[in-house]
Write a protein that binds this ligand. Structure first.
Ligand SMILES: NC(=O)c1ccc[n+]([C@@H]2O[C@H](COP(=O)([O-])OP(=O)(O)OC[C@H]3O[C@@H](n4cnc5c(N)ncnc54)[C@H](OP(=O)(O)O)[C@@H]3O)[C@@H](O)[C@H]2O)c1
Length: 277
């Protein structure tokens, strides 16, 4: 991702200095006109905007520590994927260290960076975002989502929640199909039908979640519990791990037991966010 970010900045004509922990991984950026720095402190010296993108929070802290006092008075955009709480802790830390901080969440893969398909969300002081918006726009479509430093990471985490549970659903479906003698290639055309159903469902559930109104007009939690029980039973009878399905079934049954059987499936949002009894 660091390479993709540097490429986009250079393509937009911004003088760019690069540093990477393992030397030699900046050859592409250097060929495109970047300057190489020997340390984080050297990389940030004189930079009006510092873009940090490493593996995780621990790595980001290591690099910020190494940059030390050279960061004072500068603006750092941390594009490392973080938890919302880590992003908030980093904002407090930035105040102590005397530099401005925006947290950035990159929602799309490396191949999109530098094009409008890239979606990058920013949180932190609006004034800081406005000051650098033009430069940051060379990365793709950029949006400031709030002053709360954790907000960009919160969007990212929610989208990743959807991504990973969806991927696990598909992986499990492929295993169930295999256990029933159906190949991945045979299942794929039918699995492809599912994404077509999702856009209206995403809009509809979002509205229902925001209004706390969950009519069971299309499907109910009671019927969802029956459908999930049938899939779980089949998977278990083929000896598959059913832990993901068990969790979904248990949550749905809890809602039915609490009297929400006639409600729509989106009612689970309220159940998940209600304090546990
Ligand atoms: N790849 C994507 O499509 C994508 C999409 C959205 C968000 N992101 C986020 O972008 C960030 C970087 O992703 P990536 O795909 O570039 O990951 P990656 O290929 O694993 O690269 C990790 C980078 O972090 C550096 N690093 C790791 N530990 C370090 C440490 N302790 N000190 C200093 N540098 C350290 C690595 O340096 P070395 O070269 O020395 O190992 C490397 O430059 C992650 O937070 C990821 O979640 C990635």
């Amino acid at each position: 991702m660091g390479r993709a970010l540097a490429r986009a900045l250079l393509a937009a004509g911004h003088p760019t200095t690069v540093w990477n922990r393992t030397p030699g991984r900046d050859t592409e950026a250097l060929a495109l006109g970047a300057r190489s720095a020997a340390s984080p402190a050297e990389a940030v010296a004189d930079a009006p905007l510092v873009l940090l993108c490493v593996r995780d929070q621990e790595a980001a802290r290591t690099v910020l520590d190494a940059a030390g006092p050279a960061l004072r008075g500068r603006t750092v955009v941390n594009a490392t994927s973080l938890t919302p709480d880590d992003a908030r802790a980093n904002a407090t830390d930035a105040e102590d260290r005397g530099h401005r901080l925006l947290d950035a969440a990159i929602l799309t893969p490396t191949g999109t960076i530098g094009r409008p398909e890239a979606i990058v969300l920013f949180s932190g002081p609006a004034e800081t975002f406005a000051a650098h918006q033009e430069t940051l726009a060379s990365l793709g479509t950029v949006r400031h989502v709030g002053e709360d430093p954790g907000r960009a990471a919160a969007f990212d985490t929610a989208v990743l929640d959807l991504f990973w549970t969806t991927v696990h659903g598909y992986v499990h479906a492929l295993a169930l199909a295999r256990a029933e003698g159906i190949t991945g290639a045979e299942l794929a055309p039918y699995a492809q039908g599912l994404p077509l159903l999702l856009p209206p469902l995403i809009e509809d559930f979002a509205h229902r979640a925001d209004t706390h109104h969950h009519p069971g007009d299309r499907s109910t939690l009671a019927s969802a519990a029956a459908g999930l029980a049938h899939v779980t039973h089949t998977a278990r009878s083929r000896g598959l791990d059913t832990s993901v399905l068990d969790a979904a079934l248990a949550l749905t049954r809890r809602a039915v037991t609490a009297g929400h059987g006639p409600a729509g499936v989106s009612a689970l949002v309220d159940l998940l966010t209600a304090p546990q009894e």
